[in-house]
Ligand binder design. Structure first.
Ligand SMILES: Nc1ncnc2c1ncn2[C@@H]1O[C@H](COP(=O)(O)OP(=O)(O)OP(=O)(O)O)[C@@H](O)[C@H]1O
Ligand SMILES: [Mg+2]
Length: 361
C-alpha cells in the first residue's frame, strides 16, 4: 500500500478541537498553559470551518502571544498554517481571543478579482482579497475626513503589481476618481491595465514629473480649504479624488539618498494629500526603502493602508505600526510547489490575507 505523503492523515482532524486544545496547548506544560477553547461562536459552513472563543490565562498570555505561537498552535491542532488564524476579541480584553480554524482555506485558492464590484463608492473601500475566514480584505481610498494613502510592500514576484492592478480595475470608469499610474519600467508591470488610467508615466522622468504635478494640484487646492469640513468627505465629479498609483517607488527616488524634489513632493502628498483629495498608493519591495527615509513619509505611508505581501529584508514587522503578523513567516510557495503570491498581512486585521488575482485589463 502507498500513502500520499502530501495529505495529512485524517485521524486527528476529526477530533474535537476543544479537546485537542486542552490536551496539547492548554495543559500544564503546553504552549499556552491555562488556556481553553470554549464556546463555538461561528460556523463557517462554506469553508468547513469554525470560530471559537479562546480564553487565555489572565495575566499570563495575551492575544499577541497566540499570534507568535500560531505555527505551533496549528501544528498541535494538526492543521496547516493557512488553516488557523487568531483575532483580538471585540471587547478588547486581551485574555480573550477569537480562534478561526478552516479546512478549506481561502488563502490556498486563487480567487479572481471581482472587477468594479470590488469597489464600494458609498464608503470608499475596495475589496482586495480574502482573509482566512473568508471575510473581504479591505483597502480604504477615503474616509469621512478625506482621501487615504497607503503602501504595498511586496518583494519581486510576490504579487505587488497584481494588487496595484486590482485597485485600478476596481475604480475603472468611476468618474469621481481620477487615476494616474506610474510604472517606470516602460509599463512592463501593469501592461494593458494602464489604459484604465487617465495619465501614465512609463519611465522615471515621466513618473517624477507626475509627482511634481500632483504636488502642484494639491498646493493649488490648499487655497480653497475651509477650516473644518461641514460634511463627511466624498469625492464628486466636480471635486474628484486623485488616485496616484506608483508601481514601483524606488527607481523614482534618488538612490543616493539625497532629498530631491520628487521625494519632497512625495512626502507632501503622503502627509497632506488626504486633506485635498489626493490618495497616493506606493508599492516598494521593502519597508526599509529609501523612499521612506524621511520619518514623515514613512509614518504617513503606513498610517492609512499598509499591506505587506513579502519583503526583501525583515523590516516591515518592526517599522509598520499595527502590523501584527510577521510576513517573513508566511510561505512563498505551498507544499505542492505552487506559488503563494498574493499572501500577506494588512494592518486592518490579525489574520493573513490572499489578494484577488486581477486580470490584465
Ligand atoms: N493573489 C494572487 N493569486 C494568485 N496568483 C497571483 C496572485 N498575486 C500574484 N499572482 C501571480 O504571481 C506572479 C507575480 O505577480 P506580480 O506580477 O503581481 O508580482 P510583482 O510583485 O509585481 O513582481 P515584480 O516585482 O517582479 O514585477 C504573477 O504571475 C501573478 O499572476
Ligand atoms: Mg510587478
Amino acid at each position: 500500500m502507498t500513502t500520499d505523503l502530501r495529505t495529512a492523515p485524517t485521524a486527528a482532524t476529526t477530533a474535537d478541537l476543544s479537546t485537542l486544545w486542552a490536551q496539547r496547548i492548554g495543559c500544564a506544560r503546553g504552549l499556552l498553559p491555562g488556556s481553553a477553547l470554549t464556546e463555538q461562536v461561528r460556523v463557517l459552513a462554506d469553508l468547513g470551518g469554525e470560530e471559537y472563543l479562546l480564553r487565555l490565562k489572565p495575566g499570563q498570555d495575551t492575544v499577541l502571544d497566540v499570534v507568535s505561537a500560531l505555527p505551533r498552535v496549528a501544528a498541535a491542532l494538526e492543521r496547516r498554517g493557512d488553516q488557523v488564524a487568531v483575532e483580538p476579541h471585540p471587547s478588547g480584553v486581551n485574555c480573550l481571543a477569537r480562534l478561526i480554524v478552516v479546512d478549506d482555506s481561502p488563502l490556498r485558492r486563487t480567487t479572481a478579482h471581482p472587477g468594479v464590484a470590488a469597489f464600494n463608492p458609498a464608503t470608499g473601500s475596495v475589496a482586495i482579497g480574502l482573509h482566512t475566514d473568508g471575510a473581504l480584505a479591505q483597502w480604504a481610498l477615503w474616509n469621512d475626513r478625506g482621501a487615504v494613502s497607503g503602501a504595498i510592500i511586496a518583494a519581486h514576484g510576490s504579487g505587488g503589481t497584481n494588487l496595484v492592478r486590482g485597485l485600478l480595475s476596481a475604480v475603472a470608469g468611476y468618474d469621481p476618481i481620477v487615476p494616474w499610474v506610474i510604472d517606470v519600467h516602460q509599463g512592463v508591470n501593469l501592461g494593458d491595465t494602464t489604459h484604465l488610467a487617465t495619465r501614465v508615466g512609463l519611465n522615471p522622468a515621466e513618473g517624477g514629473q507626475m509627482l511634481l504635478d500632483a504636488h502642484e494640484i494639491g498646493r493649488s487646492r490648499v487655497a480653497n480649504l475651509t477650516g473644518t469640513m461641514p460634511v463627511a468627505y466624498q469625492p464628486t465629479r466636480e471635486a474628484p479624488l486623485n488616485l496616484l498609483l506608483v508601481d514601483e517607488l524606488d527607481p523614482l527616488m534618488d538612490q543616493r539618498g539625497a532629498y530631491g524634489e520628487q521625494a519632497a513632493a512625495l512626502e507632501w502628498l503622503l502627509r497632506y494629500g488626504g486633506k485635498v483629495g489626493i490618495s497616493v498608493v506606493v508599492r516598494a519591495t521593502t519597508a526599509a526603502s529609501n523612499a521612506f527615509n524621511r520619518v514623515g513619509s514613512r509614518t504617513a505611508a503606513f498610517a492609512g493602508n499598509a499591506v505587506v505581501l513579502a519583503e526583501v529584508g525583515r523590516f516591515a514587522h518592526n517599522v509598520v505600526p499595527g502590523l501584527v503578523g510577521d510576513p517573513a513567516l508566511l510561505p512563498r510557495t505551498w507544499s505542492d510547489g505552487t506559488s503563494a503570491a498574493g499572501l500577506g498581512y494588512s494592518t486592518r486585521r490579525y489574520a493573513p490575507l490572499r489578494s484577488f488575482l486581477a486580470g490584465q485589463s
